[in-house]
Design a binder for this molecule. Structure first.
Ligand SMILES: Nc1ncnc2c1ncn2[C@@H]1O[C@H](COP(=O)(O)OP(=O)(O)OP(=O)(O)O)[C@@H](O)[C@H]1O
Ligand SMILES: [Mg+2]
Length: 244
């Protein structure tokens, strides 16, 4: 039998977020782990909710939102403000919100998530946030009761790397930062395949949001800074209007 060698092409996972996918050649590459970082209130959780909502409602792709920050009900209510009916999608088996109490974080937490994602055939995963996880690094990682930088780095590195077992799941990992940093742990930006950075700054006396793609492996991404809005329908990115 004659075999023809075909170039393997990656499956593209469209976020469906207005103005965003064209910045990264149409969407995320399947199986990649993307860091979504920014200062408080920039719209990271809303961006992540929309990524899952669009996946489930437009593409029939199952999503899992792992929250260590907001309560499940608060998250569902926030989504509903944009008309994203998470409860309905949960009923259809297309979406699940998993709430993890920070006190219950152990070295097995990542395996619980991986197991759930495999069992539920999850295609889109959100972790909100790696920062909450990092400051609650399990005591098994600590030599003394003091939370050291190295213990946090090891835990975060191992956690993100373990998510790589999910070959058909494209993950968005939220990181809360303070100005000038990409992540608070100093390691997730290196382990992840891509970095989306959202800013919220005063320009000419007015606060505006903007977004940039800091890294996207295997992708020719647009390097500019793009204005971003949160409208009543969700996130809108205005490509090409920013400055490099
Ligand atoms: N219905 C809405 N319409 C427009 N803007 C909204 C709406 N709901 C929330 N917002 C805006 O979104 C912001 C919160 O967004 P989000 O929760 O995604 O931020 P975040 O980056 O996840 O913040 P944190 O780091 O604190 O978790 C609010 O501060 C508000 O400005
Ligand atoms: Mg948030």
């Amino acid at each position: 039998m004659k075999r023809t060698k075909k170039k393997m092409e990656s499956v593209i996972i469209k976020t469906g977020i207005k103005g965003f996918d064209e910045l990264i050649e149409g969407g995320f590459k399947e199986g990649k782990i993307i860091l979504l970082s920014g200062t408080p209130g920039t719209g990271k959780s809303i961006f992540a909710m929309e990524y899952l909502y669009n996946g489930a409602s437009k593409f029939g792709e199952r999503g899992l939102y792992v929250t260590l920050e907001e309560k499940k009900d608060a998250l569902i209510n926030q989504a509903m403000q944009f008309g994203w009916d998470f409860k309905e999608l949960e009923k259809k088996g297309l979406l699940e919100v998993m709430e993890i109490g920070i006190k219950s974080i152990t070295e097995r937490t990542v395996q619980d998530i991986v197991r759930k994602a495999k069992k539920g055939k999850i295609r889109r995963l959100v972790l909100d946030s790696i920062s909450s996880l990092a400051i609650n690094t399990p005591t098994t990682y600590l030599k003394t009761s003091e939370l050291t930088e190295m213990a946090v780095k090891k835990f975060v590195y191992g956690f993100i790397n373990d998510l790589r077992q999910l070959k058909e799941t494209t993950s968005l990992i939220i990181s809360q930062t303070v100005d000038g940093q990409i992540s608070s742990d100093g390691v997730s930006e290196f382990v992840c395949d891509g970095i989306i950075y959202i800013m919220y700054e005063a320009i000419a006396g007015q606060y505006t949001r903007s977004l940039m793609i800091r890294k996207m492996r295997e992708t020719r991404n647009n390097p500019d800074i793009h204005p971003m809005e949160i409208t009543h329908k969700g996130i809108v990115v205005h490509p090409g209007l920013g400055e490099s």
